[in-house]
Design a protein around this ligand. Structure first.
Ligand code: ATP
Length: 726
């Protein structure tokens, strides 16, 4: 079985939506003359469809929520310093007991892959895992994803700038130098890019041997001197002549009140938040508040809260708001979609109002009182819109700056006045370098998705930020960190940023998945993924669905493939122009394209109404990333579904943490997954798959992690291989 034929498969995409179109001659077969599978995914490869569908139904998709056979008695008892509510978390790892039957290894099932695929590093035969209890591919004759072959890098979108520019000469950021050089570990191997005649060159020019720090996922490099922080996306604007000049000016935010306060409804499970166990650790924590009134906010803020449709606090808000109001540093961990943004914005705004903030005015150097950083452009923009909503009618001016937009535009926004600066790290450092922002007045530093902001990708930048001239020391500022996941190592790193008496709030299991998401894991080999995806999407109909893949190229490919299958699809990833990214998100939000194919750039924080399904076409490298991805659905008390394709060839390292996450969220754990987890289990194993386990408690307690499997926390995660994040 050869590699697949993109050329043959992407000739006539369905054009009903924002469709990536790929020029035929741009991705013609490479020099190695591979012949590829030209069979449409929907034809003969569906031959084993009935059995798959049967299993599919058994697996819970399109059926009611199955809470599995957990033993409710095995509740997860926490050692709390303070608790409220108290659901029993069904921990049932291995509740069936691990079978001694080892899965069979063999050359069965026709899992045969010859290609050196850029998304998959395996060139070996797949193993014939036991089929017990799980979906098992049969005659897998389909290659999936972006194939590497001669002419790699030639797969390009060309419609409306979709895609990557010139063919056959481009270095894909997800493949080349970012992985070579071993800067950061990846579960994918470093790719030499040799042997197929490619000339690597990133569109953004990043990572191409300029030296200095180059985060795996970054568009940021360090240099020296005043403008040492550059977002590659800015091109020449920062004095960097590499890369195209970025001219994109994002549309202005809405001005009318209705749009500013537009929100979606809380779901049927919103009240169940109250039953989630909360743990606060650290000394002298102020008591939680139970109502917004207890927070004693000013009238304007209360009005805005009401207009936003907030009537009741979520747990993370109940605990975090009084802590921040009391001036304490905070690390807060709460499940996805449970209101962390308001948990920091409201008390910061309350402080600003209380301190008698005056209207900002035009100045060449602005000195914001608050800086909020987040890892992706879309997320920081979302936080900005929230800040704007809650500060409506006050004289607090929030500004957002992020990469992929014209630097001059960012500067113009800032000089008009800036009390709260929402920024991605690369652009922030650019602006600081240009002396448009002074840090002396910073009272609040917020790291949203803090574990991501402190990992190997962004950590060095964050360290630079706190050591920038003028930045108040941690004793002088209030530092706030929020995320749904907080690996132990990251908690330790965070200590550098936080006062020693910071408080730690854990709502539910740290790093646990949202229980409102019904999780299904299907065993699907690489070559069957596309047909399975189409099958699922056809069942789903028009319900909004995010499909996560591991690389940018694959995102383009799958989006195009789905369009070809007449499923209106768009895509978002780090190689798309910012304009395109925002357009894609807009089309998805409004339902024009009900399917969004995304890389991990969309995994965190995005709050999109009515996302009912998340499909992990490729599982991510780390369990934390999995938790964030599936958290795009099931938000704010609404329910959602997540289906993940587990390929034993590439995903076995995730089996243990997946079993734990599923068990903790009281989801069914497929027997075959337990078997794989068990077979991979090594007593005393100190996990080396990044982020494969998570901390259960505040690490200051000196406890080890409470993994059911007994392995301790992993090295600092490097969650994605593939993205441009600034
Ligand atoms: N108290 C509340 N009442 C009603 N809606 C709320 C409340 N708090 C937050 N929300 C809404 O819930 C949604 C999710 O909130 P938010 O995006 O802050 O979640 P999050 O915890 O930051 O999620 P993630 O971990 O994915 O970043 C938003 O639409 C927000 O407006």
């Amino acid at each position: 079985m050869g590699d697949e034929d993109w050329e043959a498969e992407i000739i006539k995409p369905h054009m009903s939506s924002y469709v990536p179109v790929f020029e035929k001659d741009r991705y013609s077969s490479g020099a190695n003359g591979d012949t590829f599978n030209r069979t449409p995914a929907s034809s003969s490869e569906m031959d084993d469809g009935p059995s798959r569908r049967d299993h599919f139904m058994r697996s819970g998709f399109a059926s009611g929520r199955s809470m599995g056979n957990r033993d409710a008695g095995e509740s997860n008892k926490r050692e709390n310093t303070s608790t409220m509510g108290g659901f029993g978390v069904g921990k049932s790892f291995g509740n069936r007991g691990f079978s001694n039957n080892k899965f069979e290894e063999g050359d069965s099932s026709g899992f045969w892959r010859e290609s050196n695929n850029d998304c998959e590093d395996n060139q070996t035969r797949s193993r014939g895992f036991s089929k017990r209890g799980g979906y098992q591919d049969g005659n897998d004759s389909e290659a999936s994803g972006s194939s590497r072959r001669g002419g790699r890098g030639s797969f390009r979108g060309c419609h409306g700038g979709f895609g990557l520019g010139s063919p056959n000469s481009e270095y894909e950021q997800d493949e080349g130098t970012q992985r070579t050089g071993g800067l950061f570990g990846s579960r994918r191997p470093a790719l030499s890019g040799t042997g197929n005649g490619d000339t690597y060159q990133s569109r953004s020019g990043s990572g191409s041997g300029r030296g200095g720090y180059k985060g795996l996922n970054e568009e940021v490099v360090t240099g020296s001197g005043k403008n040492s922080w550059k977002s590659d996306a800015e091109g020449g604007e920062s004095g960097d002549t590499q890369g195209p000049k970025v001219t994109y000016i994002p549309p202005p935010p809405p001005e009318d009140e209705d749009s500013i306060f537009a929100h979606y409804q809380t779901g049927i499970n919103f009240d169940k938040y109250d039953t989630i166990l909360v743990e606060v650790s650290g000394h002298d924590a102020p008591p939680a508040i139970l109502t917004f009134e207890e927070a004693n906010l000013c009238q304007t803020l209360n009005n805005n809260i009401a207009k936003a449709g907030y009537t009741k606090l979520t747990p993370v808000q109940k605990y975090s708001i009084p802590i921040i109001l009391a001036g304490r540093d905070l690390m807060a961990c709460a499940q996805t979609g449970s209101g962390k943004t308001a948990a920091f914005l409201l008390p910061i705004l309350a402080h600003m109002m209380r301190d008698g903030i005056t209207a900002s005015r035009f100045k060449e150097l602005q000195e914001p009182g608050c800086i909020i950083v987040a890892p992706t452009r879309e997320l920081i923009n979302q936080i900005y819109l929230e800040a704007r909503k809650f500060s409506f009618g006050t004289c607090v001016r929030a500004v957002v700056i992020y990469g992929g937009t014209q630097l001059g535009h960012s500067i113009r926004q800032i000089v008009q006045g800036c009390n709260i600066l929402c920024a991605t790290p690369g652009r922030l450092m650019d602006i600081i370098g240009k002396e448009k922002i002074g840090l002396r007045q910073v009272k609040y530093l917020v790291l949203d998705e803090a574990d991501r902001m402190l990992d190997m990708g962004f950590g060095p930048e964050m360290k630079k930020l706190i050591s920038c001239p003028g930045m108040p020391s941690k004793e002088q500022r209030q530092t706030l960190m929020f995320s749904a996941t907080f690996p132990e190592e990251i908690q330790r790193l965070a200590g550098e940023f936080l006062k020693s008496n910071y408080l730690f709030v854990a709502v539910g299991q740290v790093g646990g998945a949202c229980r409102d998401v019904q999780q299904t894991i299907l065993q699907v080999g690489q070559y069957s993924k596309r047909e399975k995806l189409v099958e699922i999407l056809r069942n789903i109909g028009d319900e909004r669905t995010m499909v996560f893949v591991e690389t940018k190229k694959k995102a383009d490919f799958i989006a195009t493939f789905l369009c070809q299958e007449k499923i209106s699809t768009t895509s978002i990833h780090g190689d798309r122009e910012q304009r395109e990214r925002e357009q894609a998100l807009g089309d998805f939000r409004c339902g024009k394209c009900p399917v969004l194919v995304a890389t991990s750039v969309a995994a965190r924080g995005l709050d999109i109404e009515n996302v009912q399904h998340v499909i992990n076409f490729d599982l991510p490298s780390t369990i934390d990333e999995y938790v964030h991805r599936i958290g795009r659905t099931g938000r704010c008390g609404n329910t959602g579904r997540a289906i993940s394709f587990f390929d034993p060839e590439s995903d076995s390292h995730l089996a243990q943490p997946l079993v734990k996450v599923l068990s903790d969220a009281q989801q069914d754990v497929p027997a075959w997954l337990e078997e794989i987890a068990f077979s991979a289990y090594v007593p005393g194993f100190s996990g080396n798959a990044r982020g494969n386990v998570f901390a259960s408690v505040d690490t200051r307690k000196g406890k080890s992690t409470l993994n059911t499997a007994g392995f301790s926390s992993s090295q600092a995660p490097n969650p994605v291989d593939d993205e441009s994040w600034d």
